[in-house]
Write a protein that binds this ligand. Structure first.
Ligand code: NAP
Length: 240
């Protein structure tokens, strides 16, 4: 299968949580800056063209669980994908199988990084949702009928957008589904020296019924680096 090189890059607490009240601690900023620079900074370790996010992560960070502004009487859109030319250096690839996200723009900004949005839909997404994306000039690809077809997605990201290196950027459900599908090549964990003991906050990886199971996976340790502020950077190759 033709596919980009995929690394999962996440910042976690010392108990492996990717969310929780510890994120609000001002002292965590230097770990968060290191996390950003590894993937997005001027001298970044990775040279990626895109990062991939799950629907919940996008709703939390950008679209805020609003209702998409669709026109129920929109004319039928042409079959297939919709590709928009962009000058921006990065793509934000949003896995949104049913077409739920309330975009109002075809770009987003994460710190200093501006990216063009690509929506990853399945055939479940409605005509009116695709019409809204076209109106906003948001690229979309159809990958699968009812469930995400990983192979189709990998080929489209490679062939249509020339993505060679892709960051798997969370959340927990998206990350684990890609690891379980055998698509993740490397895991980069930035461990920030904080915790909050939350019993409900998501961990680095989580199963979701219908998307993934708890089949174990092994990793080879590739790199360990510690920083003066207590941040630890771990990189693993996935034993696929
Ligand atoms: N610390 C960090 O570095 C970091 C980074 C990113 C996110 N986060 C945190 O992660 C949390 C959200 O994570 P989450 O695990 O709840 O959700 P998520 O992975 O962001 O999104 C899950 C949803 O995405 C869609 N999806 C994901 N994988 C899919 C697949 N293989 N096939 C089809 N659909 C798929 C589904 O959408 P539908 O439900 O629409 O079907 C699924 O319910 C947030 O709290 C966020 O703050 C932390």
């Amino acid at each position: 299968m033709k596919k980009p090189y995929i690394f999962c890059h996440m910042i976690v607490s010392i108990d492996g949580k990717i969310d929780g009240t510890h994120k609000a601690l001002p002292e965590r900023k230097s770990s968060a800056d290191f996390f950003y620079n590894v993937a997005f900074g001027e001298d970044s370790h990775y040279d990626m063209q895109a990062w991939l996010s799950g629907r919940t992560t996008t709703d939390e960070a950008f679209t805020k669980y609003k209702e998409p502004d669709v026109d129920k009487s929109a004319a039928p859109v042409p079959e297939g994908d919709f590709i928009v030319e962009t000058d921006l250096p990065k793509y934000y690839v949003s896995v949104d199988p049913s077409g739920k996200l309330a975009w109002d723009n075809n770009t987003l900004k994460y710190r200093d990084t501006k990216a063009h949005v690509i929506e990853v839909l399945t055939e479940k997404a409605s005509n009116e949702y695709k019409a809204m994306l076209r109106k906003l000039n948001i690229s979309y690809v159809i990958a699968g009928k009812d469930a995400l077809d990983y192979e189709v997605l990998m080929e489209k990201l490679s062939d249509l957008f020339h993505i060679e290196t892709l960051m798997l950027g969370g959340g927990a459900v998206l990350n684990w589904s890609f690891v379980q599908a055998g698509l993740c090549d490397e895991v980069s964990v930035v461990m920030a020296p904080f915790a909050d003991g939350s019993a409900s906050a998501a961990s680095l990886f989580e199963t979701k019924e219908g998307l993934s199971t708890d089949t174990p996976v092994s990793f080879d340790l590739d790199h360990v680096e510690s920083k003066e502020d207590g941040t630890v950077w771990l990189r693993y190759k996935v034993k696929n």
